[in-house]
Design a protein around this ligand. Structure first.
Ligand SMILES: [Zn+2]
Ligand SMILES: [Zn+2]
Length: 352
C-alpha cells in the first residue's frame, strides 16, 4: 500500500501548465503553476493549500481567479509561492475586483516572494478586503520553501528572460504496509492505516493508541494497539518519492547546472518542451527548451520517469513526432535505464 504523492497534469500536452499533487494521507493537495484550472472539480480545488508558481506569464497564472473564487468561502489559509515581483502580481490581481460583501468569509492568502537570498512575504485576507499586509521576511536556505513532516519543497532560480522558479517535492520517507504481516496478525486493511502513517510522519510517541474498527460476518470489532507495535510489526520504510517540476527555461549552462542539482534522482521529472529539435533556434529565442534538451536533462538527472508537457500549440498536428523525439532523447541518454512508463500524467498522450 503506497502512501506517496498522487500527481497528475491538469491539462493536455498543449494546454496550460498546472500539476496537481494529491496528498491523500493529509486530505490536502499542492499545485504547481496556475494555468487553466477549469478541468478541476471544486472538490479537488478545495483541497489545495499550497501553490507554487514558476512565473507569472499568463498561461501560468490565469487560473488564480478561478481558484480564488472557489476558495473564498474556505476558512483554511492558502499559501502562494512565486518568483521576485510575485507579491505585486498577486496584489494587482486582487485589486481588480470589488470586495465589499465579504461578511462571514475568512480566507487568508499568504504570499511568499522567493528571492535567491530571502523570502519576502505579504498577507491578504477577506476581513481586510484583501488589502496588502506586510509580513517579516524569512530565509530559505538552499531554496527550501516548505518543510513539514510529510514533505519538503525546494526551489531553484532559473532564467526565462525573467526570473522563473523550478520546484522539487520530496517525501522524507516512504511508508508501506506489510500486507502479509497484517494478515498474520488478523488485522484488516482500512482507513486506520492512514492514521498510523500520519502519526509516524508527525513523530508521535510509540505509546499513542491507534483504534482499529472493522466489521465482518461475526459482527463488529474494535481493537486498540500502540503505535510502536504497529510501526515495528506492519510498517516498512523505504526512500521517499521525489517529483521535479521545470518549465519555461532557456537551455543555458547556468540553468542546466541548477536544474540537475535540483532534480538529481527524481522519480518523476516533469519538464516543458516547447519546441521540436528542428526549431531549436526558435526555442532559444523564446527562452524555452526543445524536446531533446528536456529528454536529456531528465536522463542526466537520473530521473526514473520523464513527463513532458507545455508543447507549443502550433505543433498540435505532429504531437506524436514530438513525443517520440523527447522519449528517444530520454531513453538514449539514460543508457540502460528503462524509463518512459506513464508516470502520473492525466492521459497517456501527455506523458512520455
Ligand atoms: Zn509558459
Ligand atoms: Zn513563460
Amino acid at each position: 500500500m503506497g502512501s506517496s504523492f498522487r500527481p497528475f497534469l491538469v491539462n493536455d500536452l498543449f494546454g496550460d501548465p498546472a500539476l496537481y499533487v494529491g496528498l491523500p494521507w493529509a486530505r490536502r493537495a499542492l499545485l504547481f503553476d496556475l494555468g487553466d484550472l477549469a478541468p478541476l472539480p471544486a472538490g479537488r480545488l478545495l483541497k489545495i493549500t499550497d501553490v507554487f508558481v514558476s512565473h507569472t506569464h499568463v498561461d501560468h497564472f490565469v487560473g488564480f481567479d478561478f481558484l480564488l473564487r472557489v476558495l473564498l468561502g474556505r476558512p483554511r489559509a492558502l499559501r502562494l509561492y512565486g518568483p521576485p515581483g510575485f507579491i505585486e502580481h498577486v496584489d494587482g490581481k486582487l485589486r481588480g475586483y470589488s470586495w465589499n460583501l465579504l461578511d462571514g468569509y475568512s480566507l487568508s492568502i499568504e504570499v511568499h516572494e522567493v528571492h535567491p537570498d530571502r523570502v519576502r512575504r505579504a498577507r491578504f485576507t477577506c476581513p481586510q478586503s484583501f488589502r496588502r499586509e506586510e509580513v517579516p521576511d524569512v530565509a530559505a536556505p538552499d531554496g527550501l520553501l516548505v518543510s513539514e513532516p510529510e514533505f519538503r519543497v525546494r526551489c531553484a532560480h532559473l532564467d526565462h528572460r525573467i526570473p522563473c522558479l523550478a520546484f522539487a517535492l520530496e517525501e522524507p520517507v516512504r511508508l508501506n504496509v506489510d500486507q502479509a504481516r497484517l494478515d498474520e496478525l488478523g488485522l484488516p486493511v482500512g482507513p486506520w492505516l492512514m492514521d498510523v502513517k500520519r502519526a509516524i510522519r508527525r513523530g508521535e510517541p510509540d505509546e499513542t493508541e491507534i483504534s482499529i474498527a472493522w466489521s465482518d460476518g461475526a459482527g463488529r470489532h474494535v481493537r486498540s494497539l500502540p503505535l510502536g507495535t504497529l510501526r515495528r510489526e506492519v510498517v516498512r520504510t523505504s526512500a521517499g518519492q521525489k517529483l521535479v517540476y521545470v518549465t519555461d527555461v532557456i537551455h543555458s549552462a547556468d540553468n542546466r547546472e541548477r536544474i540537475l542539482a535540483l532534480a538529481a534522482g527524481a522519480d518523476i521529472f516533469y519538464c516543458e518542451a516547447g519546441y521540436p529539435e528542428r526549431d531549436a533556434d526558435r526555442a532559444r529565442a523564446r527562452y524555452h527548451l526543445t524536446t531533446v534538451q528536456a529528454g536529456r536533462l531528465a536522463a542526466e538527472a537520473g530521473a526514473r520517469h520523464f513527463a513532458v508537457f507545455h508543447l507549443s500549440p502550433k505543433y498540435r498536428d505532429c504531437a506524436g513526432d514530438l513525443l517520440a523525439e523527447a522519449m528517444a532523447a530520454f531513453t538514449n541518454a539514460s543508457g540502460s535505464r528503462t524509463g518512459g512508463e506513464t508516470p502520473g500524467g492525466r492521459t497517456e498522450e501527455n506523458t512520455v
